[in-house]
Write a protein that binds this ligand. Structure first.
Ligand SMILES: *Cc1c(COP(=O)(O)O)cnc(C)c1O
Length: 504
């Protein structure tokens, strides 16, 4: 069969992750000892990423706090390393709250978000964490709990949603009659209900102190976020008119990550995918999966349901762009608006703060050809262990050959040929493919090699991992460089005093 022209999607690798992937002997030693799959986190990287967010705050002369959204990764090492900075953390469950308190965050640096059960609310209130109130019922529950247990007054933010605003940059989203400019959400209180909410805050004055308002929009759309941010300023004005004194606007997370090294590769790939769906080139996916695209009588239909994997303006740059954007109705840059009001800006990045913070490794168990002529590479992991596919992130793994074989990055030397393979998992399940797309590799891997999935720390490492079929869940280690070589310890053994050049 004709080997299709290779369509690579090379991962973006910063220096630290690149050095780690180049340390084949170290990585093989780890997987030999701890099994496949294995997750490696790089705690120092999270502090570097924080510094990038901080620099955007400085550039816009804004005060306020950066909260790491813990839900992106369960690692203790990352959370403890972050606790060693002066930033804060966003806990979205009772377990996460317990974890961050144990990692060294004092409650004044903790924000409790998401819908909460009574135990979560109690621990947040008892310790003095700030509560990002999801809705009216939660506000009433919290106030009742504070009174019943004689707890100190709790600082709260009100999470809002479904913002409406003047149309800007053609940002027309779904909505009936009223022009709803941000998407509907199960979370937060629709901004049209804010009057009732503020009346409740006033009634509960003895139990809660309103320090600000919040939103979190799960979208890459800047226009929507600009509408939400300006609306929050309006709501804050309303609070002040009522004699309340809030000072914080929390813009949530969703700053994103740039996964791919090369824009041209991404564009070529997505174009070719559409061609393959139309039958203009050989299939590029398992059983012609279309990632949302389909062919109807030769016409392309549907929409590509993928994460925009090449996103050079993600992370702190996205924050910078948002703050520089003119407010949709007031016209001044959003950062200026915040400054004029002396409001603090809070942000809750998850994925963006753990950019380049981790790697998921799997052993190649078998390489064989199917009857249909496809190469199948079976790995010692399953789709739950590296949920890139579930999150719509298309990115090639990096081969780490065993025993000093030719590095995947240097195919010429091996005289090897590029090959398209399907990566299969370790479950007895037809659907257990690591990814449904054909992955192009500079050469065919061999059993015993490792496949390294880069940049998995944000949601793609342990969010979905489970014990299906009694397969092991990946162990997790923290790794750092010391005197020019890589060191490691189990994730739960890592404390930020064990650092390069530092005391072990
Ligand atoms: C998930 C979540 C975040 C983090 O989102 P990212 O896309 O990872 O930045 C922040 N705040 C809230 C309320 C969330 O639910």
């Amino acid at each position: 069969m004709g080997v299709p022209e290779p369509l690579y999607l090379a991962p973006r690798l910063d220096a630290r992750l690149s050095s780690l992937l180049g340390s084949a002997e170290f990585l093989h030693g780890l997987v030999d000892a701890l099994g496949s799959p294995l997750n490696v986190v790089l705690p120092e990287q999270i502090s570097d990423n924080l510094e990038r967010f901080r620099s955007v705050y400085r550039r816009h002369h804004l005060g306020g706090e950066v909260f790491f959204a813990h839900k992106a990764n369960r690692s203790s090492a990352l959370v403890r390393r972050f606790a060693a900075t002066d930033a804060a953390v966003d806990a979205a469950s009772l377990g996460e709250l317990q974890h961050v308190l144990g990692a060294g965050f004092t409650p004044d640096r903790v924000l409790a978000t998401g819908p909460k059960n009574p135990e979560f609310l109690w621990l947040a209130a008892r310790t003095g964490a700030t509560v990002n109130v999801d809705g009216r019922a939660e506000l009433d529950d919290l106030a009742a709990l504070v009174r019943r247990h004689g707890l100190p007054r709790v600082r709260i933010l009100l999470r809002l949603s479904e913002f409406q605003g003047a149309g800007s940059q053609g940002a027309g989203f779904q909505g009936t009659g009223v022009q709803v400019l941000t998407r509907r959400s199960r979370f937060g209180s629709p901004v049209r209900e804010v009057d009732g909410l503020l009346a409740a805050v006033e009634r509960h004055r003895d139990a809660v102190e309103l320090i600000g308002v919040a939103y979190h929009l799960d979208t890459v759309g800047l226009a929507e976020k600009a509408v939400a941010l300006e609306s929050c300023v309006t709501v804050m004005d309303e609070c002040r008119n009522r004699g309340l004194q809030p000072r914080v606007i929390d813009i949530g997370g969703g700053f994103g990550v740039n996964y791919l090294a090369d824009r041209a590769q991404w564009e070529r790939y997505t174009t070719a995918l559409a061609d393959a769906v139309l039958g203009h080139r050989p299939a590029m996916t398992w059983r012609r999966h279309g990632y949302g695209l389909r062919s109807e009588s030769g016409t392309l239909r549907g929409a590509l349901g993928l994460y925009p994997s090449h996103r050079p303006d993600a992370g702190e740059r996205y924050l910078d762009q948002l703050l520089s954007l003119p407010a949709p109705t007031l016209g001044r840059p959003l950062a200026t608006l915040l400054l004029e009001h002396l409001y603090d800006l809070w942000a809750e990045p998850g994925r963006a703060l753990v950019d380049q913070c981790g790697l998921t490794l799997a052993r190649v168990l078998e390489v064989r050809r199917t009857d249909a002529g496809d190469w199948l590479v079976r790995l010692g992991m399953n789709a739950g262990d590296v949920s890139l596919e579930e999150h719509g992130v298309l990115m090639d793994p990096v081969a780490v050959p065993r025993g000093g074989g030719p590095a995947a990055a240097e195919p010429e030397r091996a005289g090897a040929e590029a090959v398209g393979v399907y990566l299969a998992g370790n479950l007895c399940l037809e659907a257990d493919l690591i990814t449904r797309r054909m992955v192009f590799l500079p050469r065919l891997p061999r059993p015993g090699d490792l496949m390294g999935f880069a940049n998995t720390a944000g949601y793609c490492m342990d969010f979905r991992a489970d014990h299906a079929q009694q397969q092991p869940v990946a162990r997790k280690v923290a790794a750092w460089q010391q005197a020019g070589s890589w060191r490691w310890c189990l994730d739960e053994e890592y404390w930020p005093i064990t650092r390069p050049g530092g005391q072990a």
